[in-house]
Design a protein around this ligand. Structure first.
Ligand code: PMM
Length: 284
């Protein structure tokens, strides 16, 4: 039984540590933009308890411009290869089939596609052929336009139905059902109210029949939740690095109901939260 396949969810969720090799990601942009800094940070996250490192080379921050495929490859491949050589389980965060293919050849065993196969018509065939774990996220459009697409009458029902379509497309393309993980896509074409609705309506995503990834780490809706009054009518959002305790709280709450994994920036806080859940469950 492999802890990284979708088929057999681990006893506790996998902790996926985020390493964005980008100058402009919203939460850690620029911090790990060089290959060496990214590798060192990833190894640090492993030491703190990460089971998987998710390496991304294209920012998905709302409004971000796309990068060329060669730029994305140059950012992620050396990091993926070095980590895989060091024995680390690696996920590649990409919407491009070509990047997925090269990252898998360099040692990645998970493809994390925020577009669920919509951005690149070759992606589903690629991951089906590569027989790797595939994370399909709910998505409505690229970063430039995604917040204009945050319109729903019934967010949970619509998001679950759209994610079910991505599930079906992946299975039709030949992705092994045991290799498919789904993610409702917190913050992607969703405002804070939509995000809380998705979390409160998690049953609808569990009903899709595949293990789930929770990816709330440092997202803007947590900045709103923890905002403080500033100026006459304004609010000052809590900055991204101040959102880790709230992230770990959600990790613990959702771990109790069973998850495939949690994607986080602050690995230690979530690993500690998951240890608390495991101890409580062991004593129950
Ligand atoms: N969010 C980001 C990037 N990749 N992948 C999945 N599966 N789910 C997400 O919600 C997700 C993702 C954006 O966050 P970042 O800029 O902190 O990486």
């Amino acid at each position: 039984m492999s802890a990284v396949t979708g088929q057999h969810p681990a006893a506790r969720p996998l902790v996926m540590g985020v390493v964005n090799v980008t100058p402009d990601s919203f939460s850690d942009g620029g911090l790990w933009a060089s290959t060496d800094a990214a590798i060192a940070h990833a190894l640090d996250l492993v030491a703190q308890g990460a089971d998987v490192i998710d390496v991304g080379g294209e920012s998905t921050r709302p409004g971000a411009a796309r990068v060329e495929v060669d730029t994305e490859l140059a950012r992620v491949l050396p990091v993926v290869a070095a980590l895989a050589d060091a024995g680390v389980r690696v996920s590649v965060d990409t919407t491009r089939a070509a990047v997925a293919a090269e990252a898998v050849a360099a040692g990645a065993t998970i493809v994390n596609d925020v577009s669920g196969g919509l951005a690149d018509p070759g992606m589903l065939r690629e991951v089906a052929g590569a027989r790797v774990t595939y994370i399909a996220m709910h998505w409505r459009g690229h970063s430039r336009t995604m917040q204009d697409l945050a319109r729903y009458d019934d967010p949970v029902a619509e998001i679950a139905a759209e994610l079910a379509q991505r599930r079906d497309a992946a299975l039709t393309a030949g992705v092994d059902p045991g290799h498919l993980v789904l993610d409702p896509g917190i913050g992607f074409s969703k405002d804070a109210t939509h995000n809380w609705a998705v979390l409160a309506g998690w049953d609808a995503f569990e009903a899709l029949g595949h293990p789930l990834l929770l990816a709330v780490s440092r997202k803007r809706f947590l900045g709103h939740l923890l905002a403080r009054p500033a100026g006459p009518n304004g609010l000052e959002l809590r900055p991204p690095a101040g959102r880790d305790t709230a992230t770990a709280a959600l990790s613990a709450l959702f771990a109790r109901r069973g998850l495939w994994g949690v994607r986080v920036h602050d690995v230690r806080a979530t690993a500690d939260a998951l240890a608390v859940v495991a101890a409580l469950e062991a004593a129950t």
